[in-house]
Each structure stands twice: as structure tokens, then as C-alpha cells.
Design a protein around this ligand. Structure first.
Ligand code: HEC
Length: 117
């Protein structure tokens, strides 16, 4: 009888372990998608672009500095976003945002263009 009760306990513990595993992975998944949904364009800029674009690193056009952008603005947002996605000379492809979507990249470029006079 004791063995039988232990076996039931064993099955019970296995069930609890299994359930907590499921609920943990659910929590993790929802928090992952939450962070990507909640990350703002400003946050992407700060994390992935500001390092170079706040100070004009290696000739990068500077945020909110129209002069430093020169003729680049005339390329239009499509070409600019393309160059961010695939890289341009000293700028690495996608800046430092390896997991950015095309929409996010475009929105960050727009954010930079909006900062200009
Ligand atoms: C490691 C430094 C670095 C990072 C990080 C970086 N850039 Fe750049 N970026 C540059 C440099 C340097 C240039 C100038 C490239 C050239 O014209 O030779 C540039 C150019 C650009 C241009 C103008 C492209 C063109 O066609 O003239 C845009 C738009 C741009 N970056 C957006 C971004 C965005 C958006 C991010 C973040 C997702 C980013 N950059 C991250 C260095 C960087």
C-alpha cells in the first residue's frame, strides 16, 4: 500500500512539475512578445543608432543636425531605409538592431528625419 501511495505521489509531482513548466514557458513567451511590442521607436534609436548618430561617429549624419545630413534627405525615406537595412560604408546593416523589422527601421529613419528642420 505504501508503494502504491508513493507512486500516486510520484505521478502527482510529475504533473505539478509538468504544469509549472508549461506555465513558466507561457509567462516567458508573453513577456518576450510584450517587450518587442512595447519597445518604442525612441528606444530603438537610443539603443541601436544613437551611439553613432548622436555624435557623428565615422561621418554619420547627426540627429537633429540638418547641416550634417546635407543632400541625404533628398534620397527619400525608401532609399534611406534600404541603406540602413543593408548597410552603407561604415554603417553596419540594420545599425545595431539585428531584430528590427522593416517597419521599425523605416519608423526610426522617419524619427531621425523628423528631428531635422
Ligand atoms: C556604428 C555606427 C552606426 C550605427 C550604430 C548606425 N549608423 Fe547610421 N550611419 C553611420 C554612418 C558612418 C553613416 C554614413 C555612411 C556613409 O554615407 O558613408 C550612416 C548613415 C545613415 C543614414 C543615411 C544613409 C544614406 O543613404 O545616406 C541613415 C538614414 C542612418 N544611418 C540611419 C541609422 C539608423 C536608423 C540606425 C539604427 C537602427 C543607424 N543608422 C545606426 C553609422 C552608424
Amino acid at each position: 500500500m505504501v508503494i502504491f501511495r508513493d507512486y500516486k505521489l510520484y505521478k502527482f509531482i510529475r504533473l505539478i512539475t509538468f504544469l509549472s513548466f508549461i506555465s513558466c514557458s507561457e509567462v516567458n513567451q508573453s513577456s518576450v512578445s510584450k517587450t518587442s511590442e512595447l519597445r518604442t521607436i525612441q528606444e530603438i534609436y537610443t539603443q541601436a543608432c544613437a551611439f553613432c548618430h548622436d555624435r557623428g561617429m565615422a561621418g554619420a549624419p547627426i540627429y537633429a543636425n540638418t547641416y550634417s545630413w546635407g543632400q541625404r534627405v533628398d534620397k527619400g525615406i525608401d532609399t534611406l531605409t534600404y541603406n540602413v537595412k543593408y548597410g552603407l560604408n561604415a554603417m553596419p546593416a540594420m545599425g545595431l538592431c539585428a531584430d528590427c523589422t522593416d517597419e521599425e527601421l523605416r519608423a526610426v529613419v522617419k524619427h531621425m528625419l523628423d528631428s531635422l528642420d
